[in-house]
Design a protein around this ligand. Structure first.
Ligand code: SAH
Length: 498
């Protein structure tokens, strides 16, 4: 049976500028084929099993030729897979979406297209420039600035006649050709021009000048592609409407598992920070072990189940329900959680935490719990395979504990170059470490070379994480007093946390 290909516009760069429909397709993709300039956060929205194939251009690594991309889409769909072809901006605006669609339809593959917000309009918008305005431009025209040859080059006499805004994509390398061409065709040399680089991303930069001056200004300001060049009087609006660059937000790096970045990312955005996702760990639920199976069979013997992380809760209940569990079997159970975030997740599974310690650290959980326990109690402690024994040592003095490893924390080392660039470009101002394993993952991913860390401020969520940071050579600049994500936001100076 044939699968299907969705040609999806990812928007111009800002994570929030994809359509809901586009996001829905990513969440059901078996295969994601994506270009450069796609926001990383979108790639992490794919399901766990999804195969992610990068076909864009990167410095040393050339793009897959178009015919091979077409064939790849065809092959994957012919295998019965749901393929999402994620493209920057809109798939039909200089995006070769049309070519890919026709190739597939000719071969009997069902195709659906989800439009995207094109950089040709959103870029100027984030640069403070409306592409039309009743006083200055009643139309806008989008060109590729990529052709220079006689047959396909721009028809400057025609362009110079237009009263509307002129927008050039792929034209950054040909800026002199465009500006000279327009001036030679009679366009006033004082016509305002804006060049917007890396539009709608955290690195957006805009240069403003005129047809005569913009090329030199771009050189002076070290502008880099990808960039949009816009010619027209509407540039004057930037003086009033430059909301994005004026309210630039400080970048905060999220290192935790990609599937768990969402909550933190939303909290950061609400507090006027820019979340930048680059995971260094991945949480993997284990298969049902004989110890866990036996615990499920003897749930009546346990009086408390203790969770030390949201992952523990999620993995526990998933394994329980996948293996014939029924929530009524937990009716007698009391629950303790290390903190509010874990209790929140527990609540989603229908249970209220009976005990949460004041201080969100494992020793406080163990000590507080001991005060509530008698020797007849028995504790079920489903948790991470890398947890240490401190808690167990404390609780065993009171009553038996079954410490069952239910998930692994895998270190991801493939993001080294991304992390290096984040450390050096100023895109990230803060790196909060939310667990000791994110410290391990980070240091491993950058091969113990901490160069560049002096450009950012590091934050420890609590004492255990702080200790691991110090052990690995990172002195935290800040430490949360409340050992939670809220605590991190507070120490960063977030506004909306009480
Ligand atoms: N389909 C895309 C355009 C693809 S052509 C869209 O609708 O936006 C690629 C060109 O788009 C780049 O050379 C650049 O001119 C422009 N572009 C895309 N994203 C951009 C961004 N975030 N900032 C500036 N220019 C961008």
């Amino acid at each position: 049976m044939n699968g299907k290909v969705y040609l999806v516009g990812a928007g111009p760069g800002d994570y929030g500028l994809i359509t809901l429909k586009g996001l829905n397709t990513i969440e059901i993709a078996d295969v994601l084929v994506y270009d450069r300039l796609i926001n990383e956060n979108l790639i992490y929205r794919t399901p766990k099993h999804c195969e992610k194939i990068y076909v864009g251009k990167q410095a040393a690594n050339h793009a897959l030729p178009q015919d091979q991309i077409n064939e790849l889409l065809y092959q994957k769909a012919a295998e019965g897979k749901i393929v999402v072809r994620l493209k920057g901006g809109d798939p039909y605006v200089f995006g070769r979406g049309g070519e890919e669609g026709i190739y597939l339809v000719e071969r009997g593959i069902p195709v659906e297209v989800v439009p995207g917000i094109t950089s040709s309009i959103a870029g100027p918008c984030y640069g403070g420039i409306p592409v039309t305005h009743r006083d200055w431009a009643s139309s806008f025209h989008v060109f590729t600035g990529n052709f220079k040859d006689e047959i396909r080059g721009l028809n400057f006499p025609n362009l110079a006649e237009l009263e509307g805004t002129l927008i050039f994509l792929m034209g950054f390398g040909n800026l002199d050709y465009i500006t000279n061409g327009l001036m030679q065709a009679g366009k006033d040399k004082t016509t305002p021009v804006a060049v917007i680089s890396k539009a709608t991303t955290h690195q957006q930069k805009t240069a403003v000048g005129t047809l005569e001056t913009i090329e030199q200004i771009c050189k002076d300001e070290k502008m880099v592609p990808p960039a949009i060049t816009l010619v027209g009087d509407v540039v004057k609006c930037r003086e009033y409407l430059n909301f994005f660059e004026q309210q630039r937000r400080e970048g905060v790096l999220i290192l935790r598992d990609a599937r768990q970045s969402d909550v933190f990312a939303k909290m950061l955005m609400q507090n006027n920070f820019e979340p930048v996702v680059c995971p260094v760990i991945q949480i993997e639920k284990r298969e049902l072990s004989s110890e866990l199976q036996s615990a499920f069979e003897h749930l009546k013997d346990y009086s408390w189940t203790v969770f030390t992380s949201p992952n523990g809760v999620k993995s526990f209940f998933e394994l329980f329900l996948d293996n014939d569990g029924d929530m009524r079997m937990l009716g007698h159970m009391k629950f303790a959680t290390i903190g509010k975030a874990t209790a929140e997740v527990l609540k989603k599974w229908g249970f209220k935490a009976d005990f949460i310690p004041q201080k969100q650290v494992s020793n406080a959980l163990a000590d507080g719990l001991c005060e509530l326990l008698g020797s007849n109690d028995r504790i079920l402690l489903p948790r991470s395979a890398i947890a240490n024994n401190d808690m167990v040592d404390i609780i065993t003095k009171r009553c038996p504990v079954d410490d069952i490893k239910i998930y692994d924390t895998r270190i991801k080392t493939e993001n080294e170059s991304e992390l290096r660039s984040l450390l050096n470009t100023g895109e990230v101002k803060y790196i909060p470490f939310t667990s000791a394993s994110t410290v391990d993952g980070f240091v491993k991913a950058i091969h113990n070379d901490l160069t560049g860390l002096e450009n950012v401020k590091t934050v420890a969520i609590g004492p255990i994480t702080k200790k691991r940071m110090l052990d690995l050579g990172i002195t935290p600049d800040l430490e949360a007093t409340d050992h939670s994500l809220e605590g991190i936001i507070k120490v960063l100076g977030g506004k909306n946390v009480d």
